[in-house]
Design a protein around this ligand. Structure first.
Ligand SMILES: Cc1ncc(COP(=O)(O)O)c(C=O)c1O
Length: 447
């Protein structure tokens, strides 16, 4: 057991000293990684020695995503309570695929699904699954949609596959996240065999450009554009498509959590009219990687797409988690989702979301006041800033990453080179924001 105590101590030391170190690892730390690259060891080493190696070489070569000044991509941190739950669940070593494999994991999934439904204002009929992230959540939701649409016209896609199946029209926005098209490809519906709908200057689908749909159709909307944070007009589009023959899927990987904030809930208006919703817990709910959730109005469709039966697997009256997920065996990631919601409550989630949105607005205000151009309407937690032409913006990003006070990445937005700031960590304080803003302005000046 000493090894576990030692790991906990090293983990705590890592977190306690995180704010003192550069967010990006020092080049020396990266060079030291070579020390791990040895031939297959003939003999083992004591666990404590292994842990020392991992900590001394590994910890400095991490990116400070667990701290308060990482603003790259859309990567949340880890609430201490959810990390603690993760550690305990790790000790449990549960196989969450089956009730028989883990009654506690199965129960926490059920409870968490109900809480998520309540948060979003969805009816009791909605069910769902705990998967690795938004990519697999999109995949699971679209698999359910594919199943339901084809079944409605007499085709059993699980049994007979897609060869010879009736066509499904797939509609996506021009700014759909690439993991959505990847999921469509995995499901045999084609990455490019889609009708792309033009978007506005915030990346939102233009409802007036939606094609006329007169057969089975999968319409994929987005709540929270990776660059702008913009939301497709969900209610408007739901009202425009034939209800019976259309499956509406919403990729709400991080936008989902706007529902927790009374002042931003309107962005998700109409979500209860959708057929499936994808979200991540490892982003803005701040649970450890990896954790995504698929929510589906008609859980039977998800079950048809995902379930399997085998003589050796128990069947019982209860919900078997693996009937809803791509995997059979998997870790109990519902434990951390439960832990986050149980410790934060509605009020705590709201506080975290609203704080991060306010902090994003502060970045935009500070950068604009210094003369830099903000390229998006800051409706949520994402900020796009241009520091001038493409070269100067790239140079500024490079300097910010090297400076180490904070970390932001680059992006292209409608033909412009921009730096993207994503504020989605429980750990980000207002002081972190001021420190980071000062670093950004300093680097932009030098560039
Ligand atoms: C809108 C959207 N969908 C899907 C994804 C993919 O999420 P994941 O990396 O958890 O699979 C992201 C990631 O940022 C996203 O922003």
């Amino acid at each position: 057991m000493d090894i576990l105590r030692s790991a906990a101590e090293r983990g705590m030391h890592f977190l306690e000293t995180l704010s003192e170190r550069s967010v990006a690892p020092h080049p020396d730390a990266l060079a030291a990684l070579d020390q791990l690259d040895i031939p297959l060891p003939a003999e083992g080493i004591p666990a404590e020695e292994m842990l020392k190696l991992l900590d001394e070489i590994g910890s400095p070569a991490t990116i400070g995503t667990a701290g308060g000044r990482f603003f790259g991509f859309v990567i949340g941190g880890t609430l201490p309570a959810t990390l603690a739950a993760n550690w305990l669940a790790g000790a449990w070593d549960q196989n969450a695929g089956l009730w028989a494999g883990s009654p506690i994991a199965s129960q926490l999934e059920l409870v968490s699904l109900r809480w998520l439904r309540e948060l979003l204002g969805l009816s009791e009929s909605w069910g769902g699954a705990f998967v690795t992230g938004a990519t697999m959540s999109n995949f699971a939701c679209l698999a359910a949609g594919r199943s339901a649409l084809l079944r409605n016209i007499g085709w059993d896609v699980e049994r007979d596959g897609l060869f010879g199946a009736p066509e499904i029209t797939v509609v996506i926005g021009d700014e759909a996240h690439p993991t959505l098209t990847k999921s469509l490809g995995l499901l045999g519906m084609g990455r490019d065999r889609v009708q792309r709908v033009p978007v506005d200057d915030q990346g939102r689908i233009r409802a007036d450009c939606l094609p006329r749909l007169d057969g089975p159709a999968l319409v994929c909307l987005q709540a929270g554009n990776i660059n702008t944070g913009g939301f497709d007009p969900i209610r408007q589009i739901c009202g425009q498509v034939p209800e019976e023959s259309t499956w509406i899927h919403v990729d709400a990987a991080f936008g989902f959590w706007a529902a927790a904030s009374p002042s931003r809930r309107h962005l998700m208006d109409g979500i209860a009219l959708a057929d499936s919703v994808c979200t991540d817990a490892h982003k803005w709910l701040n649970v450890p990687y990896d954790s995504g959730i698929a929510l589906v109005r008609e859980p039977e469709a998800l079950r048809r797409a995902m379930s399997l039966s085998a003589a050796y697997l128990p069947e019982n009256e209860r919900r078997e988690p693996s009937h809803y997920t791509p995997e059979l065996s998997r870790r109990a990631r519902g434990v951390e989702v439960w832990a986050a919601i149980r410790t934060l409550g509605r009020a705590g989630i709201r506080e975290m979301i609203e704080r991060n949105c306010r902090q994003a607005a502060r970045f935009a205000e500070g950068l604009e006041a210094a003369g830099y151009e903000i390229l998006n309407d800051v409706v949520l937690n994402q900020v796009l800033v241009s520091f001038g032409d493409a070269d100067r913006t790239q140079e500024t990003i490079k300097r910010i990453q090297e400076d180490g006070t904070c970390w932001c990445g680059g992006t292209q937005w409608q033909g412009r080179t921009a730096m993207r700031i994503s504020v989605c960590s429980w750990a980000t304080t207002d002081d972190d924001v001021e420190l980071s803003l000062a670093a950004m302005l300093r680097c932009a000046e030098q560039a």
